[in-house]
Design a protein around this ligand. Structure first.
Ligand code: DON
Length: 311
């Protein structure tokens, strides 16, 4: 059973934030996301048993965008193991998520798997040996399994909207290909990446999906292993150091929990041994991270004593 304190805290956070006027700006460089109502806020916290504390719009599907990079990395590591680290680094970039400058200095090896350049390499790994359709089917199947929910889907309209406007990602992909760090045709890698980002999930589903990272790599419902506990620890380390792009240091300072953001306004946060948390509010700060989502996690971490740096 969920603790009463947690249920109360989650309800309080949602009530406090519902009065907040300054909510940041909705991502508008993806036209389909520009029209999302910034007034929404959802939070879901799952424990090992899948018990949930939720508040606000926790059952409304939103575009998970870059949060998908955590699941894609998990699949790519499962496919080619640690050899992926020859093609992508493990350092925070200190640059915007869609920056291209570092790629030239560092000869086509992206700093980490969560900036767009690194995520394109990860999508390339997932795609190898498959058609984009089959590769995306694997991503979805993985999410259905870890979230115990077969209804999770790809929002095709969002994918097509980004496909029509994603010139920066196209530049990054072409650049990577020029350095030999993409093996598949650029259009196929981009198509896979855009569709992976366009997965729609609710806070409830996302919190359920993140449990394997919170609980030693295991799938709490079946008890089976999703990844080794070492791998779960390392993915969490990358989320803490790189999960919020050039806002990662500030997020660690304020919240102190491994977490991955997306420009849809979602954040998946992992409290090792304790909980998997999903928050969502579409308004973003200058780094592309959810304003209310970060505030909610800061409040939750403080009140529950959940910072990984001490309670
Ligand atoms: O590639 C993009 O720009 C988007 N599909 C995803 C970026 C994103 O979510 C960055 N997160 N804060």
């Amino acid at each position: 059973m969920m603790s009463e304190k947690l249920a109360e805290t989650v309800a309080e956070i949602a009530a406090t934030l519902s009065a907040r006027a300054d909510r940041g700006r909705v991502a508008d460089y993806i036209p389909e996301l520009a029209g999302v109502d910034p007034g929404q806020f959802g939070i879901a916290v799952a424990d090992a048993g899948g018990h949930m504390a939720t508040a606000g719009d926790a059952a409304t599907p939103f575009s998970i965008q870059s949060v998908s990079k955590v699941f894609a990395l998990t699949l790519a590591l499962g496919k080619i193991g640690d050899s992926i680290w020859h093609r992508v680094g493990r350092e925070p970039s200190g640059n915007a998520f869609n920056s291209i400058t570092q790629l030239e200095y560092e000869k086509g090896i992206p700093r980490n798997p969560f900036i767009n350049a690194g995520a394109l390499v990860v999508s390339d790994v997932i795609l190898s040996g498959h058609t984009p359709k089959v590769a995306l089917g694997e991503v979805l199947r993985f999410l259905h399994f870890v979230a115990d929910d077969e209804t999770i889907f790809i929002d095709d309209k969002v994918a097509r909207s980004e496909e029509a406007t994603g010139f920066r990602n196209a530049a990054l992909a072409n650049y990577l290909r020029a350095f030999g760090n993409l093996k598949n045709p650029v259009e196929m890698v981009l198509g896979t990446y855009f569709h992976q980002c366009a997965i729609a999930m609710t806070c409830r589903q996302l919190a359920m999906a993140g449990r394997y990272l919170a609980f030693g790599g295991r799938h709490p419902t079946s008890g089976g292993g999703v990844v080794s506990s070492d791998r779960a620890k390392r993915i969490n380390a990358l989320m803490l150091t790189c999960g919020h792009y050039d806002g990662s240091g500030d997020f660690a300072f304020r919240v102190g929990i491994p977490a991955k953001s997306g420009v849809g306004g979602g954040i998946l946060a992992v409290v090792p041994g304790k909980a998997s948390i999903a928050v969502w509010s579409p308004g973003l700060d200058a780094q592309g991270n959810s304003v209310l989502g970060s505030d909610a996690l800061e409040m939750l971490s403080r009140r529950m004593g959940w910072s990984v740096f001490g309670d």
